[in-house]
Design a protein around this ligand. Structure first.
Ligand SMILES: NC(=O)c1ccc[n+]([C@@H]2O[C@H](COP(=O)([O-])OP(=O)(O)OC[C@H]3O[C@@H](n4cnc5c(N)ncnc54)[C@H](OP(=O)(O)O)[C@@H]3O)[C@@H](O)[C@H]2O)c1
Length: 298
């Protein structure tokens, strides 16, 4: 274990920074990007059944030149499969597409449908040694508290949107109190709110000879959050990993805290109508791949 890794609540070691492939729907582009990312130094690859690119990720894993046991691969169970039987089927399909017989982290992608049935199946996969860790995704603390009350194995991670404009301090404190690792999705807000040119982030970056993106990724890891970041550019892939040679001062952390808006950078799903529309898209198959889900607000 070194400073680029975290230990999950079941003892499994996970890289702090992961490479995400959401919205990479072109298979060849995705395969090349993952090979490039691994060669740039990433050891965690974050995909999902809903991203439609598990086969490309699997091909990249086989040809990247890094042994499988040095990589940490995450995939996720999509909404129609979130049930006991669906989870068994979804897991088998994901493993076949990835060409793997062991997944490092298998998570329930959204807190909808039969999450309790699905979790029983995930617990069985974990007990059988087919998943090294199991977790949840997009579970806000009200849903997570209910989930934990009725389940046996505690999730190792919870994935949440987390970036300077939506900092989730309350969610992070709750997860820390439970020993559940928070992974941040869209840590750079997918560029929303002009993050890369934000004055505060650029000023702090200039003081450390770092970019705004590096400041954000460092800020997340200093808070104990593990970011999942995406870039299709080899230089930026490397840049996003190069955050372990500087430390943000308390005063800089406080300045970044001041950027919080308390609101998602994407389409909120906090109303009945929004969740219903989202579920309809998921069930009809129009929501995978990011065309509809997590659409930027502007
Ligand atoms: N579980 C979930 O519900 C969920 C939801 C959303 C995302 N995720 C995960 O989180 C990952 C990352 O999220 P994301 O792709 O939405 O957003 P992100 O990583 O916050 O931002 C990606 C965007 O930032 C740009 N970028 C990256 N590094 C940069 C740098 N150093 N300087 C300037 N621009 C930079 C990228 O452009 P270039 O490619 O041109 O560099 C891309 O447009 C996803 O791929 C996925 O694995 C999970």
């Amino acid at each position: 274990m070194n400073e680029t890794e975290v230990v999950l609540n079941n003892g499994v070691v996970m890289p702090k920074i992961g490479y995400g492939v959401f919205r990479m729907t072109d298979q060849a582009v995705c395969e090349e990007a993952v090979v490039q990312a691994i060669r740039s130094g990433y050891r965690l690859i974050d995909t999902a059944a809903a991203y439609g690119n598990e086969e490309a990720v699997g091909r990249a894993i086989r040809r990247c030149g890094v042994p499988r046991d040095e990589l940490f691969v995450t995939t996720k169970l999509w909404i129609p499969d979130i049930s006991y039987d669906g989870a068994k089927r979804g897991f088998a399909e994901s493993m076949e597409k990835l060409g793997l017989n062991l997944i490092d982290l298998f998570v329930i992608h959204q807190p909808y449908h039969d999450v309790f049935g699905a979790w029983r199946a995930l617990e069985e996969l974990y007990a059988a040694g087919k998943a090294r860790a199991i977790g949840v995704d997009n579970f806000t603390q009200d849903r997570l508290a209910d989930f934990l009350f009725w389940t046996r194995v505690k999730p190792a991670v919870n994935l949440l949107e987390c970036n300077p404009f939506f900092q989730r301090e309350d969610e992070l404190a709750y997860l820390k109190s439970l020993g559940i690792q928070m992974q941040a999705w869209s840590p750079l807000s997918a560029g929303q709110n002009d993050l890369f040119h934000n004055e505060t982030l650029c000023e702090i970056g200039a003081a450390h000879k770092k970019t705004a993106a590096q400041v954000v990724l460092r800020w997340l890891t200093q808070r104990g959050v593990a970011p999942l970041v995406k870039s299709s550019d080899p230089q930026r892939m490397k840049e996003n990993l190069d955050i372990f040679d500087f430390t943000l001062a308390e005063s800089e952390m406080r300045r970044i805290a001041g950027l919080d808006t308390g609101r998602t950078c994407f389409m909120p799903r906090n109303t009945g109508a929004a969740v219903t529309a989202f579920l309809e898209q998921a069930v009809t198959g129009s929501a995978p791949s990011g065309k509809v889900t997590d659409k930027p607000q502007k």
